[in-house]
Design a protein around this ligand. Structure first.
Ligand code: SAM
Length: 474
């Protein structure tokens, strides 16, 4: 723990504001033109509980409080047990802090072109990537990247659960994108930062804070921006965000980028009732979320448009794909999805669905990057048989007529998610899709006297089932 944090043991701490680093408090009092007393008081208030619905899977319930800057964001009055809600495990919603959902307002300012290629550079655990997938059209492609290997699997899991096929997940350093000049229409840099905006949720962010660390973060953010800049096309958009307050990591970095490159700063319309601060400096706009003014955590976002560089990326459309085409005998799988422009590839024994018109992009990415996964695994083939994959159950493009569905009650649904044996009411033998409240959970194979549970072992619920509370939407 840095020396400048008051020496109080955890047991004697009653308020988060009591353990704020002295240097942080001084900076808040002197550097910022806002009411520092109210700001510090707000750090002792409980954080709001919020989540973002997957609109392709679940309806936004009208009786709950909407997050005004996000069409699919809602506040809950208290934190429920998400683990004990079956549809949480199916990508029906993503538990996410409200301020970060402001990305949607930035995205709505972006000129709508067909077939955009969008990079989420710092993507794990996937909050903004899943949000982008909901905002993108089916003919857009999201490249969701995370540099830290150990954080990629949670990103992959969250994206699989969201159920879209127009996505590529990779594990690269920002510098690996530098040669791909003019490739991206939109880049989101949700930068690693000193996390001052998370202080009331995350005590470790307080413990790791120091002035030196904020400076290190600012330097690292500039390196990330410099590395990624060439891959944004002329006329493309950069969304830069952090969850910290200090100017070095926010407006100073924006100013640095604008001083060294040709950019246009884009203003984002706000409503006064949202409580978001618009900052204007040297003709540049930034949006700051302060916890005493906004129902959300600390956040900063800016949107700029690039006015220089390559107009497009020279795809070699004729490059032969290194991907293995699907064996012909499995052609029936095309009916499993409702999309007509999907191509299927064989990757070991799995069939992966991916948008056909994005294959040149996938090939270009595969030449430069470490691709972890792409598209959506639909089935596994064994000899001449097709076994449906769990991710196909979660696909938003699934043809609903292919497998019979069986509705489970709450306890049975949770037992299924624990990968335990469940009773199936259907007389139909073979593959059945089980669901809760109309949201698919996964597959069972009904053998008549019992049913085999095909929920993936690594995603199963490990906790014992106590008295099960009703989910928040019931
Ligand atoms: N966008 C994510 C979301 O909404 O769920 C949160 C991203 S978090 C603020 C920043 C991410 O940047 C982390 O996943 C971290 O591993 C990654 N990161 C750390 N160092 C990095 C670097 N040098 N370059 C790029 N990303 C980095």
């Amino acid at each position: 723990m840095p020396a400048n944090i008051e020496k109080k043991t955890r047991k004697t701490i009653e308020k988060t504001s009591e353990i704020l680093p002295v240097d942080f408090v001084n900076r808040i009092k002197t550097q910022f033109p806002f009411d520092s007393e109210r700001f510090i008081d707000s750090i002792d208030q409980p954080a709001a509980v919020s989540l973002r619905i997957n609109p392709r899977k679940f309806g936004v319930t009208s009786s709950v409080e909407q997050i005004p800057w996000c069409s699919t964001g809602i506040f809950l009055p208290e934190r429920p047990s998400f683990t004990l809600d079956p549809i949480f495990h199916s990508g029906a919603y993503y538990v996410q802090e409200a301020s970060s959902m402001f990305v949607e307002q930035a995205f709505r300012q972006i000129e709508h072109e067909k077939g955009r290629i969008v990079l989420d550079l710092c993507a794990a655990p996937g909050g903004k990537s899943t949000h982008l997938l909901s905002l993108l059209d089916a003919d857009d492609l999201l490249i969701s990247n995370e540099v830290i290997r150990s954080r990629v699997s949670v990103l992959d899991e969250n994206i699989r659960k969201w159920g879209h096929q127009n996505v590529v997940i990779c594990n690269n350093d920002p510098a690996d994108f530098s040669d791909m000049e003019g490739l991206f229409d939109v880049i989101l840099v949700d930068a690693p930062c000193s996390g001052e905006g998370l202080f009331r949720r995350d005590a470790s962010a307080i413990e790791q804070w120091s002035v030196e660390n904020t400076n290190l973060c600012a330097t690292r953010q500039r390196r990330i921006l410099a590395d990624i800049w060439p891959s944004l096309k002329n006329g493309g958009y950069l969304i830069y965000s952090t969850c910290t307050f200090n100017p070095e990591e926010n407006e100073e970095n924006l100013k640095w980028l604008a001083d060294n490159n040709s950019v246009e700063s884009i203003q984002i319309p706000l409503q006064e009732s949202w409580g978001i601060d618009e900052m204007e400096f040297n003709g540049l706009f930034g949006y700051r979320f302060l916890p005493h003014k906004v129902k959300g955590e600390g956040f900063f976002l800016t949107l700029i448009r690039k006015k220089e560089g390559a107009d497009s990326y020279p795809f070699h459309r004729k490059t032969r794909t290194k991907l293995e085409k699907m064996p012909k005998q499995f052609a029936e799988i095309r009916n499993w999805l409702t999309t007509s422009d999907t191509e299927f590839f064989a990757k070991s024994e799995f069939l992966i669905a991916f948008p056909e018109n994005k294959i040149p992009v996938l090939n270009a990415l595969a030449e430069q990057l470490r691709i972890i996964s792409f598209g959506l695994p639909v089935a596994q083939f064994k000899k001449n048989d097709l076994l449906p994959e769990h991710t196909f159950a979660l696909s938003v493009d699934r043809n609903q007529g292919i497998f019979e569905t069986v509705e489970l009650d709450l306890r049975e649904a949770l037992l299924f998610l624990k990968k335990e044996e469940i009773r199936i009411s259907s007389v139909t033998k073979g593959w059945l899709l089980v669901q809760f409240r109309g949201v698919p959970l996964g597959f069972v194979k009904n053998l008549g006297n019992r049913a085999n549970n095909y929920f993936p072992k690594e995603w199963r619920i490990r906790m014992a089932l106590p008295e099960i509370p009703q989910p928040w939407y019931l």
